[in-house]
Design a protein around this ligand. Structure first.
Ligand code: AMP
Ligand code: GLY
Length: 420
């Protein structure tokens, strides 16, 4: 099978690493990929949000299966174009990806499906939004409706912050994504991520994870795309996962199908767990990054079979081969991230690093220059390990971090603390 993966981050390196281990995989191409991906797959450069271009590339390269990593091509309808061209594709349609791409759409679906989530209201101008905030009081959450690269959410602990967020959003801070604003009840509790495959009708859970969003130890500092993750998430017990499936995920998936936009791909439900009850924080139409890295470490080669069964609409009866294991990933980021950071610094110590079923350094933002690996993004490496216990996975990951020689990088030293 010739496989094309769209995307170039740590998520896509992890997907490529898992897919590549499956004997079904013949040729593996990742677009655009990165320096780590280039060691295990061909990398190709073209606009992955241009459906026509993706179809042409897939046809010219006899691609049998396309896996879409990030949300932008999904929201741009790339999966639709591929399926119209008869190419087997893993990832939801543009219509179904609105579960992530539009927060108000997602909230409407939850309400119609009866899925527990925060109370909310939508506004298209500042005046009524501010009246609503004054009426509800703080803490309160202000969100740009559209995709804002993970930055369009302000959790306001006081009213003034919430009012300022409304002004910023309507002033265009997030561009078109902030033309509509959703204001939500603040939910207190512990967050965890629940990942299910969905073929339009059947739902198959494939793992749980927790990530660390703040930049610095002790969950301090600015919000980031995620500084580390581990799987499974102990807070998401089997009983809570069962409730989340029954009350949140399954009703959503049934309603999406009934409305003529069946959901096909990975559905990532961000949950808030309060007093043992899950409520939906948000849906994502893709794997989390870096959550995907720990999920792939645990699933290995079967990830390809599962994604293929999902794309072919035959998830019913499919089982996941679970191991009683744990995985943890430490994100190494460029100093200054998530703010301004330098690019182009050389990363040493990667040679001779263990690469096996329990150890892997996934590349998130790297490129090759003169035979060296250099940093090319904010989040740069995902140092990932597996173990019989979370502690073992953590110790293995940090032992690898010790070997990396990159003075311009930093990482958190406490990934997994909540579960340990
Ligand atoms: P989102 O982009 O929707 O995942 O939001 C980013 C983060 O904001 C989430 O991971 C939560 O930590 C927080 N958040 C979003 N909505 C709420 C809410 N209603 N109550 C509390 N925290 C929230
Ligand atoms: N790590 C959070 C996300 O991928 O949305």
């Amino acid at each position: 099978m010739n496989i094309l993966i769209l995307g170039g981050g740590g998520r896509e390196h992890a997907l490529a690493w898992a897919v590549k281990q499956n004997p079904k995989c013949d040729r593996l191409i990742v677009a655009p990929g990165n320096a780590g991906v280039a060691e295990i797959a061909e990398c190709a450069a073209f606009d992955i949000c241009d459906g026509g271009m993706v179809v042409t590339f897939a046809e010219e390269n006899a691609v049998d299966f396309v896996i879409v990593g990030p949300e932008a091509p999904l929201a741009a309808g790339v999966a639709d174009r591929l399926r119209e061209a008869g190419i087997l594709t893993f990832g939801p349609s543009e219509a179904a990806a609105r579960l992530e791409a539009s927060k108000s759409f997602s909230k409407e679906i939850c309400d119609a499906a009866g899925a527990p989530t925060a109370a909310w209201a939508r506004f298209s101008s500042a005046g009524p939004a501010k009246d609503y905030i004054r009426d509800q009081g703080a803490p309160i959450v202000v969100k740009a409706d559209g995709l804002a690269a993970g930055k369009g959410v302000i959790v306001a602990m006081d009213e003034a912050t919430a009012l300022a967020a409304v002004d910023d959003m309507f002033a265009g801070e997030f561009g078109a994504a902030g033309a509509e604003v959703v204001i939500e009840e603040y939910m207190d509790g512990e967050e965890a991520s629940f990942f299910v495959l969905c073929d339009g009708a059947t739902v198959l859970p494939i793992g749980t994870a927790q990530d660390h969003k703040r930049a610095f130890d002790g969950d301090e500092g600015p919000n980031t795309g995620g500084m580390g993750a581990y799987s499974p998430a102990p807070v998401l017990t089997d009983a809570i996962a069962e409730t989340a499936l029954r009350e949140i995920v399954e009703p959503t998936v049934r309603l999406m199908a009934a409305r003529g936009m069946p959901y096909q791909g990975i559905l990532y439900a961000g949950l808030m767990i309060t007093d043992g009850k899950p409520r939906l924080v948000e849906y994502n139409a893709r794997f989390g990054d870096p959550e995907c890295q720990v999920l792939m470490m645990r699933l290995g080669a079967q990830a390809l079979d599962l994604m293929q069964a999902c794309a072919e609409g035959r998830l019913e009866g499919v089982r996941v081969n679970w191991a009683d294991d744990h995985a943890l990933t430490v994100v190494m980021a460029a100093r200054g991230y998530p703010g301004d950071h330098a690019k182009g610094s050389v990363i040493g110590g990667l040679e001779g690093m263990p690469e096996d079923a329990a150890h892997m350094v996934f590349h998130a933002g790297t490129r090759e220059a003169d035979g060296k690996v250099v940093a090319s993004g904010g989040r740069v490496l995902n140092v990932t390990a597996r173990g019989d216990s979370l502690r073992e996975a953590r110790d293995r990951a940090y032992a690898m971090v010790q070997r990396i020689d990159w003075p311009d990088g930093f990482c958190r030293s406490d990934i997994g603390w909540r579960a340990l």
